[in-house]
Structure formats: structure tokens, C-alpha cells
Design a protein around this ligand. Structure first.
Ligand code: NAD
Length: 517
């Protein structure tokens, strides 16, 4: 018999942990008041994890009001005080690491080893990084640039930041949105994806338990159309920070622009993986499989288009397909599992649709189907390699967001780099070569916010993440993110102490100093 809400308590007791509701406003849990509910489903089993009341516009209003009320006090704290609070926050997250890993794996279907070794430690490290960075806001030095004035720069928080996050890395996306914002003195209302609210709520609770004041971090879990659009258009929200698809990003940009907000967009990707003919084939094939399949391919920087120089093409296709077949699909909580399901059955069907349509114009070398047997009830899809697709086909041009790698050949270096740049996206890319000049040329010519050489995927708190072209604008992580979450004020002091200043000639029509004399 189906037992709503209690199907997965041994994995993470979501129903019990969120019995007070799946909103977090002014330092405490609350219930959404939209009048509608949403059910979080374990994509590995199809079982219900949590049924909760969605946020409506009134909940967004209350969260924005709480953030607005908290803003002056939080903005007035010293960088050292914010740093202390973030250090405490990092310590609470570290204490609860296993809780976070289990909740993340349950709601996303990620293998527990990925949550434990990537999502959770990455988030703790990010929190520790911003604890340090809070004390190092940079600017140009003060000086007498005009000769008659002292100029200096103030770097100030913007106010209430309205953030919207996707479902693929819910904890890390919450951290990337919240941490630089609050380190700089802003307060935040975050709307996670309605499919994956658990770890954002745990994150906000951990902040409160670490002593971060009520209202500094608020979470509203509602739909994009209702809660999301209301947050973006809200007159008391000074900035919108959005991570998600390019299509929704365009809609968000329209609303934010109409209300003249600071806008930060982290959008879709279709990362090229360029393999030159001098490469170590084993290294490139392993890199392609790991880079394409991490998080079941639901990664905005995942390797999606491998361009392989002609002499290596056939061998690369064969070796990469063979390695894909060794990756073990299974229960995300089982020790032997490498790859979990997609986020939902809907997403699985969407991915299958791309692959099925590709059969008419390309070769599906391996995968291309959902597994049968025990895994059939989950949203699983086999790792898939597609060869010989035309450059202008949809599997090469569109973001599939699943465990699918497309491999294409190229002849000259010029052609390989031109093909790599030939999509609307520009989030990430990699170049594979043992020739330093070739690799260096690729890093210059590929238009993307990150280019790896002889690797694909690693990120680090000290370095920025963000897109070129239709992949968005602005940076997450690193000190560069403060450019998004602060505004720069120029303060200019007169040093002459004279009533009639030299430049007044432009108004008085004569030499103002002579007139004064
Ligand atoms: P999505 O665009 O469908 O949704 C993202 C968020 O926007 C969700 O919280 C959703 O509820 C909300 N939303 C939906 N419609 C909205 C609207 N009209 N107004 C306001 N908010 C709205 O994306 P997704 O399917 O959740 O995530 C996958 C996408 O995210 C992929 O395109 C992926 O590349 C992208 N992504 C980008 C990065 C990056 O750093 N560039 C990181 C992770 C994911």
C-alpha cells in the first residue's frame, strides 16, 4: 500500500523534517498559502518524498518584507562580523554534511558518493571562502585624481536580492546565490526549483542556527510562474539573480528590466570538448565519459559535443562508447552505483525524444534506451553516444540535459575551433592536446566563460563561473561575484575650500577665480 510521505524515511525523513512547512521566512519554517500543493518525488523509485504547500504571492511579499527589514542591520555589520557569522555557518554545515548529502541524493536521484564528495564539500568550502572574502572587498585606491579633490570608492550592498535556482544542483546553486550576496551585506529571498526544495530549506535553517539574523536568508518554494515572476517583479527587490534555462532567463530578464533591476543570469550550456590528434586517447576518452555523465548529464557545463580530429575519430568513438558501457546505473543510495536517474520521468522522456529523433540522421552507438527490470520504475536512461550528427542538427545545437554525448569529426585546427564556437551557448569548454601552443590557442579562441585544458568539469571557490553569449552574464563564486552583488559609489571631496572654483568658468562665462578676487 502506498503510504504518502513515508516511503523514504530511512533515506531522509523529509515529511517529519518539514512538518512545519516548506517555506522559510524571517528565521522560521512556514507553510505556503497559494492553496496548492506540490509533491517531491524520488526519481529513482517514483515514490513520494514530501508533499508541501506551495508559496503564493503573499508568501513572497512576506519574505521580501522580512529581507527588507533585516537589510539595514545586516548591511551595517562590519566585514569582520559577517565573516565570523559565515565561519560559524560553515561549521554547522560541516556538522550536518551527511544530512545534506542524503537529502540531496533523495530529491535529485544523485549517487550518494556524488553528493558526499562534490555537492556538500563544495558548498562548505564555498561558505568558508566567502567568510574570508567578506573581509576583502576591493576597489581603486583613494587619491587626488583631479588635483582639487580627494576621490574614493565605497562598495555598498544593493539591498534585497531575489534569487531563483534550478533543480540540478539545488544545494550548490542555493549557496552560489546566497553566499556572495550576504557576504557583501545584502539580504536574500531565494526561490529554489519546486522539484527540489529540501536542501535550500536545510541551508537556511543552518544559517539561522549559526546565528545569521532572521530575515537575512529567506526561502520561498513555489512555481516559477507564480512565486518566481512575483519575486522578479517585486518593487522592493533591488536585484534579480537567476540560474536556469536560457528560455526562462529571457522571460526573467524582461520582467527585471521593466522594473530596472540589477540582473545576473547564469543560463544554459552546450559545452564543446575539442580533441586534437596529438592527445592521449585514454585520457580524452575517460575525460569525455566523466564530463558527459556527471550528475547524469544534468550539468550546465557537461561535455556535450566532442569534436575529434579525424585520425582519432573512430578510435575515440569506440573507446568512449566502451567506457560508457562500464558505468553502473543503480539505486543512488547503493554503494556500487555510478549513475542515478534523471530528475523526473518527464525529463527522461524529453531526453529520449532527442535521441529517438536523432536516429533519422545520426548513429546511436551505445545507449539510447531506458533500462528494464528493477530500474524501470525510476527515471533512468542509459549513457548514450551519438556519432555522425550534422553540426546544425538539434542534438548538436540544443541543450539535452541528460547522459548523452554527441561526437563529431574535424580536419584542421581552424575547423575544430570554429565548430566549437558554433552554438548560441558559451558557458564552458575543454581543449585536449599535449601541444602547449595548440592548447593555448584554443583557450584564447573558444568563446566561453571557462576553458579547461586536458580536463573537463572541476570548479573551485576562488575562481569565477559564468557564461558568454546566450549562457548569461555575470559571475558566481570567487571575488568576481562581488561585482554582481555590490554597487560602486564614487565619493568626491573638494580640497580647495574656495567659493568660486576654477571649473565654474564654464558656467559664469569668465575666469571665476578672477571674478571672486
Ligand atoms: P528552468 O529555467 O526551467 O527553471 C529554473 C528556475 O526558474 C526554477 O526555480 C523555476 O521554478 C524558475 N522559473 C520557471 N519559470 C519561471 C518564470 N516564468 N519566472 C521566474 N522563474 C521561473 O531550469 P531548470 O530546468 O530548473 O534547470 C536546468 C537549466 O538550468 C539548464 O538550462 C541548465 O543549463 C541551467 N543551469 C545553469 C547553470 C549556470 O551556472 N549557468 C547552473 C545550473 C543549471
Amino acid at each position: 500500500m502506498h503510504n504518502p510521505g513515508n516511503a523514504t524515511p530511512d533515506r531522509f525523513p523529509a515529511q517529519e523534517r518539514f512538518e512545519e512547512g516548506a517555506q522559510f521566512i524571517a528565521g522560521r519554517p512556514a507553510r505556503g498559502t497559494s492553496g496548492r500543493t506540490h509533491t517531491v518525488v524520488d526519481p529513482a523509485s517514483g515514490e513520494e518524498v514530501l508533499r508541501y504547500e506551495l508559496a503564493g504571492t503573499d508568501d513572497v511579499d512576506r519574505a521580501v518584507a522580512a529581507a527588507r527589514e533585516a537589510f539595514p542591520g545586516w548591511a551595517a555589520t562590519t566585514p569582520g562580523e559577517r565573516s565570523d557569522a559565515l565561519h560559524r555557518f560553515a561549521a554547522v554545515l560541516a556538522d550536518r554534511a551527511e544530512d545534506f548529502a542524503r537529502a540531496e541524493s533523495l530529491q535529485c536521484g544523485k549517487p550518494l558518493k556524488l553528493s558526499r564528495e562534490f555537492d556538500v564539500p563544495g558548498t562548505i568550502d564555498n561558505t568558508a571562502f566567502f567568510a574570508g572574502a567578506a573581509r576583502h572587498l576591493q576597489g581603486q585606491s583613494a587619491g587626488e585624481y583631479s588635483g582639487d579633490h580627494t576621490s574614493y570608492i565605497r562598495r555598498e550592498p544593493i539591498g534585497v536580492v531575489g534569487s531563483i535556482a534550478p533543480w540540478n544542483y539545488p544545494l550548490q546553486m542555493a549557496a552560489w546565490k546566497v553566499l556572495p550576496a550576504i557576504a557583501a551585506g545584502n539580504t536574500v529571498v531565494l526561490k529554489p526549483a519546486e522539484l527540489t526544495p529540501l536542501t535550500s530549506l536545510l541551508f537556511a535553517q543552518a544559517a539561522t542556527d549559526a546565528g545569521i539574523p532572521d530575515g537575512v536568508i529567506n526561502i520561498v518554494t513555489g512555481t516559477g510562474r507564480e512565486a518566481g515572476e512575483h519575486l522578479v517583479g517585486h518593487p522592493d527587490v533591488a536585484m534579480t539573480s537567476f540560474t536556469g534555462s536560457t528560455a526562462v532567463g529571457k522571460r526573467v530578464a524582461e520582467i527585471a528590466t521593466a522594473t530596472v533591476k540589477r540582473l545576473h543570469l547564469e543560463l544554459g550550456g552546450k559545452a564543446p570538448f575539442v580533441v586534437f590528434d596529438d592527445v592521449d586517447l585514454e585520457a580524452a576518452a575517460h575525460g569525455a565519459v566523466a564530463g558527459a555523465l556527471i550528475n547524469t548529464g544534468q550539468d550546465c557545463t557537461a561535455a556535450t559535443r566532442a569534436y575529434v580530429q579525424r585520425p582519432l575519430y573512430d578510435a575515440f568513438v569506440e573507446r568512449t562508447a566502451g567506457l560508457m558501457e562500464t558505468v553502473r546505473l543503480g539505486d543512488p543510495f547503493a554503494a556500487g552505483t555510478d549513475l542515478g536517474p534523471l530528475i523526473s520521468h518527464g525529463q527522461r522522456d524529453r531526453v529520449a525524444g532527442f535521441v529517438d529523433r536523432a536516429r533519422a540522421y545520426a548513429r546511436v552507438v551505445t545507449g539510447g534506451e531506458a533500462p528494464e527490470g528493477e530500474l524501470a520504475k525510476g527515471a533512468y536512461y542509459r549513457p548514450t553516444l551519438i556519432a555522425d550528427a550534422p553540426q546544425d542538427s538539434e542534438v548538436v545545437q540544443s541543450e539535452i540535459f541528460g547522459p548523452v554525448l554527441v561526437v563529431l569529426p574535424f580536419d584542421t585546427d581552424d575547423e575544430g575551433l570554429a565548430l566549437a564556437n558554433d552554438t548560441p551557448y558559451g558557458l564552458a569548454a575543454s581543449a585536449w592536446s599535449r601541444d602547449v601552443y595548440r592548447a593555448n590557442r584554443a583557450t584564447r579562441e573558444i568563446k566561453a566563460g571557462c576553458v579547461w585544458v586536458n580536463d573537463h568539469i572541476p570548479i573551485i571557490s576562488e575562481m569565477p563561473h559564468g557564461g558568454y553569449k546566450s549562457s548569461g552574464c555575470g559571475k558566481d563564486m570567487s571575488a568576481y561575484s562581488f561585482e554582481e552583488y555590490t554597487q560602486i559609489k564614487h565619493v568626491m571631496f573638494d580640497n580647495t575650500a574656495v567659493a568660486a572654483k576654477d571649473w565654474h568658468r564654464t558656467v559664469f562665462g569668465t575666469d571665476s577665480r578672477l571674478q571672486a578676487a
